[in-house]
Design a protein. Sequence first.
Length: 256
Amino acid sequence: MFKMYWIIFFILIALIGLYLLYSKKKYIFFEGRIITIDSENQCYKLREFQSSKFLGFDCEWLSNKKLSEGIPKKIAIMQISNETVCFIIKLHKFKYIPKELDTILASNKIYKFGVNIEGDVSRYEKEWDEKINCWIDIRHLSDEIFPNLPKKGLSSLSKTYTGYELKKNMKVICSNWENWILSDEQELYAATDAWVSVQIVNTMSIYTKSKYKKLSTWIDKYKNIVYGKKNKSNKKNKVRSFEKLDNCEMYYLDKR
């Protein structure tokens, strides 16, 4: 009887350990190469992306809390990533947009993926008077595959398609993205946010090969289309609100 109690005790301990192990949130991080571009003349490094087809895209800027009233919020950094390399481009140091960067952004053959990407695109185009073509909000694609998903933020979509969430640290999200030298935490957060969109799209392509029509059909269908635009009642609110939100405010939308 005494031995039986000990056996039951150790089984319970093992079960508790397994529960604690698998109940913890699992996060995904970018593990590739991060290349920082600090000036216009360093943009030659972007040439390796000019033959890419799919890229993850994101931007960061100062929080409203870090700005004095009346000072416009401008993009501090732009992140462009493929599966293994992420470029962090410090636009706040730029005086003009180099040809190498414009070639990628304006291309109709290089697809740029993100969530709420229309806000980043609109902000960039207004600030620099340059065009970004061929951008896709991956929520459009997700709706074709799983139309009833309750949450559609980037972290939630990452959880759905990769099995891992994004680690959203408010201290990093609301940090100073115009720092002359970004911290390791800032670089990892920024790179992961851009890169994970590519991972999600790659996983979607696996789903669509076996169960659904080709992903490329949907990508062309939703190219340069604001998410929610089909819903006339939400059209104005969705487009304009995303242009005005900062990273801290977008955090709460990403949790949806």
